[in-house]
Each structure stands twice: as structure tokens, then as C-alpha cells.
Design a protein around this ligand. Structure first.
Ligand code: GAL
Length: 715
């Protein structure tokens, strides 16, 4: 008898061990409105460790206190099968955004995703360049799972037997309201590790949760002014003479240009790379770089981090690399200080020290067939999976440090990022080329704590070229990537004039762009973001009516909820509604409040859906009532340190307007020591026109503002 009892006890103990063990989550408020929850034993390597992100506590404190957005007991966690399961409540009319840089959808409720760093493969399935494990609810809160693992997400799909909101089953034979997707009251997340750190961000509005997340990551990077100018990436095998000729043509033709991107051909060998100049194409790199700088042109160098046997540091770094190669190049274990030192010293000494201004970090995302497989090992002991999820972060972090040490800002491109990467000086791009999806990615970038460029490469027609170019001008990086096509802004003569107008508009709007990026840095507001984050935008939980469901092909077809994925907010005041090839007319959803045409100042609507027919010459842009857009002359290069520029302040609408204009030296990190100012612009309609004032410059602070003129746009 005793033996049986002992046996039963053992069985019970084992059952307890192997069955899901529910976990208490201990929550700590680490900043106002930001809570950290600990479950089990979190791994020592995670996204925040890899990125080194440091919260901007002062700015978080300024955002103020807020209540924990859930009943604490509503969040469940358990350990099962060596993995952590998380469950967050989900109300009936809640919508979800985020879960990384998606390209085709904004609404994520109902999705099943595996968040995995990869080149985007045409489907929003979680495999993307920045699969940030962060989501935002339309109810005004955010959740971030800090793990460097491939995370699985069921964003409101599973229905648990013990659910408090278990729907009443319906009879499909007789009930027309039967749904293949019954209400699921939870977001469920599976982390393949026996413990994890989770963060909750309060609202009250969804934008507040986004801001808290960004500030928690240190805030967005403040680019140098030149980073917001125009950039051209030249053909891959261009020589120093070719580049010089191209740069001169920009000036002769009157097109703006701030930095030039050199593609793989600058290196003596690429794929894998030597990280050394090719002496046949660039005989004297130092002279070339300094000649370019003298012309006001900075250089950005392409690289992928896979090391060729011909690289000068190959032998030394080899023991510090992965078991597997990429294009037969060694993959440095960037979590090891010695490997980083070897790799980044080469970049610094060979390139940055002679004046190179930034990098384009390619192919740190995937595809699977060339990247290291999940069975690869790394000398640090980190797994291939952890490396895959964080390699883009590590490259961004340590390349950015080279510039930081020199008190010099940089701005470049990267193809992979992740949670924790908000404060890096990089914009994501890829090889995919769908204009519509590029705009949806721009919208989603604001939910993923990253920046994205809808880069322009080549086009089938002048119309397509112009339409893509127009969107690109209203994005974080205005760029032509001509690495393979050799296109120039003027390559399509039939739209050359319009392209030039937009390239110059990019420059004219620099004071606005620069201020909006400063807000990303200091306040956490993404400069490019979804209309869903806008005050006055009404979230409609309404479903699209799917007329014909083909039961043969898909007996579980469901109508999806309406989403807006072709218009976005650019900065505080602008709503951009791009036109795509072949489109002559489109609808634009205007949030509540009065809106005005950007080009003419004419009133267009208030909380309505308008139909517009803008013609080829314009990308539709609308300005909020009281909107103030500071502009400068259409210079060919961004103003240099100490250069003063005249401003034209455009004012739209009826409401008195207030805008805080950011100013600093535009190139260094001295703003971190207080060397910056916010100048207050105030505008209101007077008896016969407009009355505008600007606050006085602060003593001993950089002041780049010259003469000011005020323009009343809405007559
Ligand atoms: C691709 C990249 C392109 C270009 C090319 C050069 O992977 O996305 O923009 O840089 O490599 O080989």
C-alpha cells in the first residue's frame, strides 16, 4: 500500500512538472506608464541586451503617470514543454497593430504569425526585416516581449474551453451569422524559452503607447540635417571618376544631392567582402572622399558583414566566427568584443577616419538559403536563432558607435532590425518593389519602432517613376537606389520637370522634417505613422461585406475588417495620400477636424471621405487646421554647421497655430549637452492677413534661422 502511495505521489509530481505550470507575473513600474513583468527565468541574451537600448527616463516621466491598462490577473503566463506561454485579454471591438514591419496589412487581429527576421517574402506571416515583438491596441496600450527567439503569436484566434467569454456555438446549417472565426478573447504568445521579460506600455491613446515604447528604447535617432536631403546610390562598379561626373551633373542640372551611396564595387572583393577599397576603381580613397566633402557630398558605403579570406583581418577573426559561412565568407560573432574590435576597427581606420559618413548594412536579414542555418553555432555559445534575430541590431549598434565616438552624426540603411533598435541611425529598405506595399510598410514602421524607405530604383514608365518618387520625398529617406539600373532623377524626360520640383520640395521642407525627427528623438512620436494614431480618426470595427464566398475553394473564408493602408501621417500636420501607377482618382479618409490642400491652402473636408483627381503633378497632401509648415529655400545641399537659412512659414486654415521649431548645429551630438532650442512659432489671422511671431533665440545656443517671411496659405 505504502509503495502504491509513493508511486502515486511521484506520478502527481511528474504530472505537475510536465503539465503547464501557471506562473505569477511580478510587475514593476520602471517608468511612469511602463511596467516590466517577469516570468520564469528569462534568458540572459535578449533584444534589449543586444541593442543596448537605454530608456529616456526624463521624457517618459514628462509623459506622465497612467494606470496599468489591464486587470493584472487578466494576463496569464505558464511554462510548458520548456517554453513560455503568454495570454493577454482582447475585447470584442479591439483592433491590433504592429507585430513588426508588415507590408500588406495594418490590422493584425486574427493573424497567426511567427516573428522571424527575414527578407520580406510577399506575405505578412511574421517573417520580415523588423519582426518587432510589440503590438498596440486601439484601446490604447502596448505590449513588448523582450526575447531574441522566434516568437509565435495567435493574435485573437484561439478559443479556450475555460474562456469567460466563450461564444455560443451556432449551427452552420441554419444560422447565417455562423462564423469560421468565432470571437477569441486573447492574444496568445509562445516564446521558446523557459521564461521571458514582458513590458506593458500605457496610453491612454494608442499614440501614447507608441511614444512610451519609443522612448523606452531611447527615442528615435536625430539624423544630421544632410541625412534628410536627397541621396543617390550609384551603379555598383562606378569608379571615382564616374561618381565625380555624376555628382557634377546633379549640380549642373540643379538637382539637390547630399550623399552618395557606393555599392559593392567600392571594395576590392564583395560577397564576401574585404572591407578595403578597390584600388582600380578608387586609386586614392582619401583624396576622393575629401574632394567629395569639398563639394558638399558625403559618402555612404554598402557592405554586408561576411568576411572574405582576402580581408586584412580574416585570419585573426576566423576563430571568432560562426560554424557556417555566408557566400563562403566568415560570419563574425558580433557578441564578442574581440570580433567587434577587429571588424569595426577596419571600418573606422580604412573609411570613417578618412571622412566616410555612413553605411548601408545589407543582407543581415536573410533569405534562408544564403544565411546561416539554425544549426549553425557561434563561439559565444549564442544560438543561430538568437543571432538571426539580433544580427541587424548588433551591426547597427556598433557601427553607430564609431560615429558617436567622433561626435559626428550619421544616417544610413539597414536590412534588418528588431525590438530595441529605435534609436539607431538606420532606415530599413529591401529588394521587394511594390509601391502600394511600400506605403503600407511606411505606415507599419511607426508601429514597429523603425524607419522605412520606399526607395525608388527604376520604373516601366515615366508615370510610375514620378509616382514612386513623389512618395519617396514624403518618407524618412529620399533616395534613388540605382545600384543596378543606373537611373538618375532625370532618367524619364517626360516627368523630369515634376521630379525636380519634388526633389527641391524635399529640401524646402527640411526645417519641418528636421523638427519632426527631433520629436521622434525627444518625445517618441514617429515622424511617419498610421492614420489610426490620429486624433479624430474613427476606428470602425465594421467588417467588409464579402459578397461571394467560394465554398469549394475555401469553406472557411471570412470577411476582414476595413483597414486604411494607403495614406499616412507625415509629421504633426500632414496627411499624405500617394497615387499609384494607373490611378487617376482615389478616396482619402480625413479624420475629424478641418483639412486643407497642401499646395493651395483650399479647404477640402472635415471628418469626411473625399474623392480626389489630382493629376500627375501632385501627390495629394493635406494639412490640419492651424497647421504650420516651416520651409527653407530649395538648396542643393543641407545647410552646413553654422549656416543660417531664411525661412518661409506657411500657415493653413482658421485656427490659431502654434509650432515648436527645433534647432541645433545639425551635425554633432552637442544637443545632448543642451546645445539646442525649440523656437515657438505662433500664427493667427489678423484683420488684413496674418500675424506671426517667433520666440527670441536662446543665448549661447546654435541659431540657424535667418530672415522669416510668413505666408497665409488659406485665403
Ligand atoms: C542587395 C540590396 C541592393 C543592392 C545590392 C548590391 O541585396 O538590397 O539594394 O545593394 O544588394 O549587390
Amino acid at each position: 500500500m505504502k509503495a502504491v502511495r509513493i508511486l502515486m505521489c511521484i506520478v502527481l509530481l511528474l504530472l505537475q512538472f510536465f503539465c503547464a505550470r501557471s506562473q505569477n507575473i511580478s510587475w514593476t513600474e520602471i517608468a511612469p506608464g511602463v511596467w516590466k513583468g517577469l516570468i520564469g527565468t528569462p534568458e540572459s541574451y535578449d533584444l534589449l541586451k543586444a541593442s543596448g537600448a537605454t530608456p529616456n527616463l526624463a521624457a517618459l516621466t514628462k509623459l506622465g503617470k497612467a494606470d496599468f491598462p489591464f486587470l493584472p490577473q487578466a494576463i496569464a503566463a505558464s511554462l510548458n514543454d520548456g517554453k513560455t506561454q503568454l495570454r493577454f485579454p482582447l475585447e470584442k471591438n479591439e483592433q491590433l497593430y504592429g507585430f513588426g514591419l508588415n507590408f500588406q496589412t495594418v490590422h493584425q487581429r486574427g493573424k497567426i504569425l511567427e516573428l522571424h527576421v527575414d527578407h520580406y517574402g510577399g506575405k505578412d506571416n511574421g517573417r520580415t526585416h523588423a519582426p518587432t515583438p510589440f503590438y498596440i491596441s486601439s484601446k490604447g496600450y502596448g505590449v513588448f516581449v523582450n526575447t531574441a527567439r522566434y516568437v509565435k503569436v495567435w493574435a485573437g484566434t484561439g478559443v479556450r474551453r475555460d474562456s469567460e467569454n466563450f461564444p455560443t456555438p451556432k449551427d452552420r446549417n441554419t444560422d447565417k451569422t455562423w462564423s469560421s472565426r468565432p470571437y477569441s478573447d486573447a492574444v496568445e504568445i509562445l516564446v521558446p524559452a523557459a521564461g521571458v521579460e514582458v513590458y506593458v506600455f500605457a496610453g491612454p491613446k494608442p499614440l501614447d503607447a507608441v511614444k512610451r515604447y519609443n522612448l523606452f528604447n531611447g527615442g528615435g535617432y536625430l539624423p544630421p540635417r544632410w541625412g534628410l536631403g536627397f541621396t543617390q546610390r550609384v551603379m555598383t562598379k562606378s569608379t571615382a571618376a564616374d561618381v565625380e561626373k555624376e555628382v557634377n551633373t546633379f549640380t549642373e542640372k540643379g538637382y539637390p544631392l547630399d550623399f552618395v551611396g557606393l555599392e559593392p564595387g567600392w571594395q576590392s572583393k564583395a560577397y564576401p567582402g574585404t572591407f578595403t577599397w578597390d584600388s582600380t576603381r578608387f586609386a586614392s580613397p582619401k583624396k576622393f572622399v575629401s574632394d567629395m566633402l569639398n563639394k558638399g557630398i558625403r559618402l555612404n558605403l554598402w557592405l554586408n558583414p561576411y568576411v572574405s579570406p582576402a580581408a586584412p583581418f580574416y585570419k585573426e577573426i576566423l576563430p571568432l566566427t560562426s560554424s557556417h559561412t555566408v557566400w563562403l565568407g566568415a560570419v563574425p560573432d558580433l557578441s564578442l568584443p574581440k570580433a567587434r574590435d577587429l571588424f569595426f576597427s577596419q571600418l573606422q581606420q580604412n573609411q570613417v577616419d578618412i571622412g566616410v559618413s555612413g553605411y548601408k548594412i545589407d543582407e543581415v536579414d536573410g533569405y534562408d538559403h544564403y544565411l546561416w542555418p539554425d544549426v549553425a553555432t557561434f563561439p559565444s555559445g549564442l544560438s543561430a536563432e538568437q543571432m538571426r534575430q539580433t544580427y541587424g541590431l548588433l551591426m547597427q549598434r556598433y557601427s553607430a558607435e564609431i560615429f558617436k565616438k567622433r561626435n559626428q552624426r550619421t544616417f544610413g540603411l539597414v536590412r534588418a532590425s528588431n525590438g530595441g533598435g529605435t534609436s539607431f541611425p538606420y532606415v530599413i529598405y529591401n529588394d521587394y518593389y511594390n509601391h502600394e506595399d511600400f506605403i503600407t510598410a511606411l505606415i507599419n514602421s511607426g508601429f514597429a519602432g523603425v524607419l522605412w524607405t520606399p526607395e525608388v530604383r527604376a520604373s516601366k514608365t515615366g508615370e510610375e517613376w514620378l509616382r514612386r518618387f513623389q512618395s519617396n520625398v514624403f518618407s524618412p529617406m529620399a533616395m534613388i537606389n540605382a545600384w543596378s539600373s543606373g537611373t538618375k532623377p532625370w532618367s524619364y524626360p517626360e516627368v523630369e520637370k515634376q521630379v525636380k520640383t519634388f526633389a527641391l520640395l524635399r529640401m524646402q521642407m527640411m526645417p519641418y522634417w528636421y523638427t519632426e525627427f527631433a520629436k521622434y528623438h525627444f518625445e517618441g512620436t514617429p515622424p511617419f505613422r498610421a492614420i489610426n494614431l490620429e486624433d479624430g480618426f474613427n476606428q470602425e470595427p465594421k467588417k467588409e461585406i464579402s459578397t461571394k464566398v467560394n465554398l469549394e475553394e475555401n469553406p472557411y473564408a471570412e470577411a476582414t475588417s476595413k483597414e486604411i493602408k494607403d495614406q499616412y501621417m507625415a509629421g504633426e500636420y500632414l496627411l499624405v495620400a500617394p497615387m499609384f501607377t494607373g490611378q487617376v482618382t482615389r478616396k482619402v479618409v480625413l479624420p475629424k477636424g478641418r483639412w486643407y490642400d497642401f499646395y493651395t491652402g483650399v479647404f477640402v473636408g472635415d471628418g469626411s471621405v473625399i474623392t480626389i483627381t489630382p493629376g500627375l503633378d501632385q501627390i495629394p497632401v493635406f494639412v490640419k487646421d492651424g497647421g504650420i509648415i516651416p520651409m527653407m529655400p530649395g538648396l542643393l545641399h543641407a545647410p552646413k554647421i553654422g549656416e543660417k537659412v531664411d525661412l518661409e512659414i506657411r500657415y493653413y486654415g482658421e485656427k490659431p497655430g502654434v509650432y515648436r521649431l527645433y534647432d541645433d548645429d545639425g551635425e554633432t551630438f552637442d544637443y545632448e549637452k543642451g546645445q539646442y532650442s525649440w523656437r515657438e512659432l505662433k500664427v493667427q489671422r489678423g484683420g488684413n492677413g496674418l500675424k506671426g511671431t517667433i520666440s527670441a533665440p536662446e543665448k549661447n545656443k546654435p541659431n540657424t534661422i535667418g530672415k522669416i517671411t510668413w505666408t497665409l496659405m488659406t485665403k
